[in-house]
Design a binder for this molecule. Structure first.
Ligand SMILES: Cc1cc2nc3c(=O)[nH]c(=O)nc-3n(C[C@H](O)[C@H](O)[C@H](O)COP(=O)(O)O)c2cc1C
Length: 325
């Protein structure tokens, strides 16, 4: 994985809506991993035109960066915009894509023409098989401890399901400390994708209240809520989450299941959640204690510069190598 992506440490700074600000993405790459741009975050939350934003990151680091492409959407407008974004990223020298949901074949086809690699987020074997049919070059195994849209399986279960597929396998979920990383590598993973650890960094522009909540939370404080995007999303249990509950209301549930209404409902949720998450996560004046995080919160007890976070991971990897791991 490190050879293929041209990076020093087997660590991906996962795309995060709305927390992936360009300075954070650049810092992860600059210090030996690979930061992944979340294009909606870059444009809508952090107010850069995509091409200009990518060039800005390029000025902060000359190391490889990646871009996330969320593919599932029934909207033609969204699909066309994503195609344009992928083309712009390729023109601007991005050579790594993390795709989620949907069929990544068109991304793989465009990426391969430029010699770029595509890793797909999967939560189960059936999605991995589909991604491999589309020609992806690696799999990101999103487990039940992950921030964002967590999967149903433990890191060990997912490894057992996916290891025989023969592609680089990245563990996503629950990695907040060097020990967590070493544990994932000992299971057999080639690398790790981290989200929550990088929110609690100096470079991340999430609000201080959000970062403090990550430092305070234990893994048992992480709950899955379907009220935000319509599918379960890992959030910190706070008074606000307790008040609104974690299940979608009966009408929303029916509309989300309906063959004709589900696409409309998902688009509605996508727009509403983009607005709500931006405000709650970034705006220092937001009164909503509504924050996404994974179970990796357990080991995160300090806001640190990305350089220090990566130095700790680098040291642990060296010790493990010294042991012959
Ligand atoms: C706040 C937040 C937002 C996220 N947004 C996205 C996203 O837009 N696209 C995506 O593919 N993954 C997203 N993820 C998942 C991360 O890229 C990564 O896989 C996950 O955070 C790993 O789990 P961890 O948080 O325990 O490290 C998000 C995660 C978090 C915590």
């Amino acid at each position: 994985m490190t050879r293929e992506l041209g990076i020093e440490l087997p660590i991906i700074g996962g795309a995060m809506y709305p927390c992936s600000n360009p300075e954070l993405v650049a810092a992860v790459s600059e210090h030996g991993g690979i930061g992944v741009v979340q294009p909606l975050s870059l444009t809508y939350v952090h107010r850069h035109d995509l091409r200009e934003g990518l060039r800005y990151i390029r000025r902060l680091t000359s190391k490889p960066i990646g871009m996330n492409a969320l593919l599932e959407s029934s909207s033609r407008v969204y699909r066309e915009r994503m195609e344009r974004w992928v083309d712009i990223a390729l023109e601007e020298g991005v050579r790594f894509f993390v795709t989620s949901l949907g069929k990544p074949r068109w991304v793989v086809e465009r990426a391969e023409q430029a010699g770029a690699r595509v890793y797909h987020d999967v939560t189960e074997r059936k999605w991995a098989d589909k991604a491999i049919d589309s020609g992806v070059h690696g799999l990101i195994a999103v487990n039940s401890r992950a921030g964002g849209h967590a999967g149903p399986k433990t890191p060990e279960q997912l490894y057992d399901e996916l290891a025989s597929l023969g592609l680089p396998l990245v563990c996503a979920g629950g990695i907040g400390t060097p020990d967590d990383l070493i544990r994932a590598l000992r299971i057999g993973y080639d690398g790790a994708q981290l989200g929550t650890r990088f929110i609690a960094s100096t470079e991340c522009t999430a609000s201080d209240a959000y970062k403090d909540a990550i430092l305070r939370a234990r893994d048992s404080d992480i709950v899955l809520s379907e009220r935000i995007t319509g599918v379960p999303l890992a959030v910190i249990r706070t008074p606000y989450i307790e008040r609104v509950g974690t299940r979608a209301g009966p009408i929303a549930r029916r509309l989300l299941r309906g063959r004709r209404t589900k696409h409309w409902m998902r688009s509605f949720y996508a727009v509403r959640s983009a607005i709500q998450l931006r405000k709650a996560s970034i705006d220092p004046k937001s009164s909503k204690d509504f924050w996404q995080a994974g179970r990796s919160v357990e080991g995160i007890d300090r806001v640190m510069p990305v350089a220090e976070i990566m130095a700790e991971f680098r040291a642990a990897l060296r010790t493990e190598e010294g042991r012959g791991g």
